[in-house]
Every structure is written in structure tokens, then in C-alpha cells.
Write a protein that binds this ligand. Sequence first.
Ligand SMILES: O=C(O)CCC(=O)C(=O)O
Ligand SMILES: [Fe+2]
Length: 436
Amino acid sequence: MNQDYIQGLRDTLKVQEREHEPWTSGVVNLQGPESHLYYTRKDGSHHLLNMAAISEADIQDLIGACSPAPFGRGAESVLDDTYRKALKLEDNLFAWRFNPDSGNFIAQLAHQLSPWAKFNKGFRAEVSKLNIYTQGGFFKVHQDTPRSDQMFGSLVFTLPTPHMGGNLVLRHRARSFNFDAPTLLGSATSPSVAYVAFYSDVEHEVLEVTTGARITITFNLYYDPSRAPPIVPSSRIPIPENDFTILLRQAFRDASFIRQYRYLGFGLEYQYPKDFTEEYYPGMEDLKGPDAFLFYALSDVGLRPSLRYLYDSSYGSWGDQFQLLLTYPLEGRDEDSCNDTQINYLLGNDDDGLIVWNAGESEETLREEGARAYRGDIEDNRARSINVEWVTPPTHNLVGVTPYKESGNEPLQEIYYYTVCIVVDVSSVPCPPVTV
Ligand SMILES: O=C(O)CCC(=O)C(=O)O
Ligand SMILES: [Fe+2]
């Protein structure tokens, strides 16, 4: 019966997940001067491009102002046209009169990306770059490099220039989205630009442009605690009345469920940036779409969900019998260069860190199999050793490595994406369960 609850929770969460999209797109009709783009040419002269009527000569002039676009490989900025073939104009060299950061455009975007979240911070869009992908241009799969721990999204506008190909393809888990700006713009009233906004940790690529020039202006989307949260229409899915929450409530009224499970765990869908030059750690208000839903749903039944960082040692040494659950992310370190073991290092840096045994594993199985070098550490930390029932598969960070994908759109600056879990202590449920 209790396994039925767990399976039911998995199934109902999947249904909720489908309600949520990691991206949103559309067309903006530009009014009056909003179609004006001013830029500085290489010789220092200025030029005005009117998006309402872009000629081939305008495109060539703008191309002349641009330089090859690099991307980030780790902390390096590299030019490699087998990975990214594009041109760029830095944000100090152009100004677009349309400002997505004014009016309610950005509030609507935030709401579309996060229909369940109750916002408790404002938002900000900051211009990043203008890019041109001429014929043969592309940008292979990458995540957008987090520019701060408050950055959650990316926003790309495609200008109305004739081109074919160059679709932006986004993929997240089983889903994908093919953003086809020329088709969207083909049926729009001129002058218009097509836009797509997505969570920046979602992997995406620009397919090859087959004809013409594809011009984009990209913005980074940030939470901004100094701004008021946007006023958005009420949630599409009211948090208390959904199948997941109803089933969760039912499980927590069942004494045998509470007896069987001490901790429930949930691997989150998205990744979150941690800036190691700041004291700030991601909190519930930073959670994206379905991750926010999960947090609110658990809180709603009276549980106290916590954000946790799971570390496994696939890269290192202790095998796959247990993982470490930390209360905050740690930068990787190379075990060979330290006297301390990984377990001592990780648990020593986090008084609330725990050892989590994988299903079917325990200190006993460790005696028979590998990881013996860690036996002493495990014995020392026996009181900090737990079992977690994972409702959604755990998402882990690798011990000993700083977690960055090799390629991003910018060089990294001590801000990395981490995978996060939610863990709840079942015994923290406020009312004693009724025995049935
Ligand atoms: O031009 C686009 O559609 C997106 C380009 C991109 O992914 C980037 O600049 O990071
Ligand atoms: Fe990108």
C-alpha cells in the first residue's frame, strides 16, 4: 500500500510537470520608435536601423560593425567556428528603443515561465548582445552561462530579416521546442520581432542558417529583490487542489506511511546557479516552474521541505553505495592534492551534512565490497547516516569536480549550475497521524 502512495506521488507529479513548459515564445508588434536600433560602426560613426524596413544594405552595414562571436569553454573565451559560427556586437555598441524591461512584458514572461509560482521578488531583463548568423552560421548545444546567482532565464528576439534555417532548438528532458522565427514573423503584422524566453540551464542550439542573415538581440533575465513582484493573473493550477497534494495529504494521514518512511527525496528538474563570490544560496523563491510547485505543495501539507545538494563519487573513489547530502553546494576539489578524504572534507564543511545510503546498501554491504578506505569515516558519522525514499530520481553533483558543462555562451566566472534536491523529514509533519 505504501509503495502505491510513492508510485501515485510519482505519477501525479508527472502530470503536473506536463502542465509546465520551460520556454515561452511569441511575437511583439513594435510601436513607433520601438523599431529603431542605433549602433556604432567600427569607425566610430553611428547609424540608425529601422526594423520596419530593413534593406540588404542595412544588413551589410550592421555586419560590418560586428566581430566574430566567441563562446565560453570553462573560464576561457574561445573563437571556434566548428562550435559557434556567428558575429556579435557588444551591448555598449547598440541601443534598441524597444525595452522588454519596461511595461508588463517581463512580468508576463515570468508568469508564462512559472505559472505556479507565487512571486516574491521582481524581475529584470538586461541586454546582453546582438548576434548575426549569416548563411552557414550556427551555435551548437550549450547552456547559457549564469551571470549571477539571480539569473534564471534568457530572452532572445529575432529581427524581421529574410532568412531560412537558424531555428533555435531547445531540449529539456523528454521535451523539445523548435523556435522557428521566420514562420512566426511571416504571419505577423509588420514591424514585429519574434521572441523566445527559456530557463538558461535548458540546453539549446541554433541550427545552421541556410539562406539570408538571422539577427538576434539577447537579454538575460534576473530576479531582482529590489523590485516589487509582478502582479500576475491567478495560477492556472491552484496549489492546494491538485492530485499530487491530495494524495500527499492522504499519505500523511496514514500512520503506516509515516512509520515506513523517515525521509522523502525529490530530485529537481532544473539547475540553479551558485555564485562563489557571494554569500547567497538559492532558496525557495529561486525555484523554477515545477520545482517551485513541488516546494509549495509540500509546504502546503505542513511539511518543511529543504533544498539539499547531493554528491556522488562517480568521479572519485567511494563507489556507488552511498551519497552525501549537503545543505549547501561546495566547489570541487581534487582529492589527490589534500590529506583529507572526500567524506571528511564534505561533512567537515557542513555540520548538517548526511550520508545517504542507496537502495539496498548499508554499512554492512560496505564491509563486503569496495570503499573500505572510507569505513572509518562512515563509522565516525554513523549518527549522520540516513535512508531516503526518492519519489523522483535523485539529481547529484559530482564530488571533486566543479560542475560546469564544458561549453556555455560566455566564459565562467565562479558561478556554476548545481543540481538540487528537496528532502523532507516525514516526522516533521505537524499533526499526529490518525491510525487507520
Ligand atoms: O540566437 C539565438 O537564438 C540564441 C543564441 C544563443 O543561444 C546564445 O547566444 O547563447
Ligand atoms: Fe544560448
